[in-house]
Design a protein around this ligand. Structure first.
Ligand SMILES: C[S@@+](CC[C@H](N)C(=O)[O-])C[C@H]1O[C@@H](n2cnc3c(N)ncnc32)[C@H](O)[C@@H]1O
Length: 269
């Protein structure tokens, strides 16, 4: 698959400090996982410069021309250099990808349903908003659209260990909580650098994971603002359609309680 030499060549050309991208060890973890599971259809949430997207595409091309990557980002502009468009590294490093690829600005995890209309996903990479509970909400919104046996990789599971990112616990919480009662949960974690990337396999149906999603959601939320109506309306609508009524009620209560807490703090109550 992709050697460290090939990975380094991309880093040498495009990497700069503070770019907010996967490291070379993380890139190797992703490429090795793709080599092992040979996914057909993949979904990526959080593109930024497009470094991770570049590695996913380089790995998928080796799987075959029929493999597909759908990448989404909530923004159009790259946050670390607003003169650049999200995904600019992909355009430079792989101007004509030899597999199916689509990059969609102003989209998020709730749009997985649209992109799965012609088939569910075999592999998902989540690297978007890092404050808790966003990675859990992303996972919850994507789970109904993955095949049983699909793998979900999560980046920045050790980010909160760096003091200035202590509040960025979202990826850690979903990775830790993802388990199946009484059955072994296939999971992998990078063994290099600071072990900042991991992946878990989805076995069964999204509803089988309601308990583990609630375990994660019950950990302290670190997202600073309220969950905006444009997001929570969509979250509630999807949860009502795809998950059980008791689960939907609990998710609704948690989001409403968080928003109340944020409003009260702002009013100095
Ligand atoms: C850490 S960067 C992604 C880095 C990229 N995966 C890489 O390794 O090169 C996070 C990206 O997620 C996007 N983002 C933040 N919240 C999001 C959300 N709810 N849905 C989709 N994208 C989001 C941001 O605009 C940003 O570009």
């Amino acid at each position: 698959m992709l050697s460290l030499h090939e990975i380094d060549a991309v880093f040498e050309q495009y990497y700069f400090d503070g770019m907010g991208a996967v490291s070379r060890g993380d890139a190797k973890f992703l490429c090795d996982l793709i080599k092992e599971i040979r996914p057909g259809k993949c979904f990526e949430v959080g593109v930024a410069s497009g470094m991770s997207t570049t590695f996913l595409l380089k790995a998928l091309v080796k799987v075959g021309p029929e493999s597909q990557l759908v990448s989404v980002d909530i923004s159009r502009q790259y946050y670390a250099d607003r003169t650049k468009q999200v995904g600019y590294v992909v355009d430079a490093a792989i101007p004509a990808p030899r597999c199916k690829y689509g990059l969609h600005f102003n989209h998020w995890s709730a749009d997985a349903e649209t992109f799965a209309a012609d088939g569910k996903f075999d592999f998902v990479f989540i690297d978007a908003h890092h404050s808790h509970p966003w990675a859990t909400l992303d996972t919850m919104l994507i789970l109904p659209f993955v095949h049983s046996g699909a793998w979900i990789a999560v980046h920045d599971i050790a980010l909160h260990k760096i003091p200035r990112f202590a509040k960025e616990t979202g990826p850690f919480q979903i990775f830790e909580s993802f388990s199946r009662p009484k059955k072994s949960q296939p999971k992998k974690k990078s063994q290099v650098e600071n072990q900042n990337i991991g992946a878990f396999q989805v076995i069964g149906n999204h509803r089988d994971y309601e308990a583990c999603l609630l375990t994660s959601l019950s950990q302290e939320w670190t997202v600073s603002g309220r969950i905006k109506p444009s997001f929570y309306d969509r979250i509630f609508e999807m949860v009502d359609r795809f998950y059980s009524a008791p689960f939907g009620t609990q998710v609704r209560q948690m989001i409403e309680a968080h928003n109340k807490k944020v409003a009260a703090a702002r009013e100095g109550k």
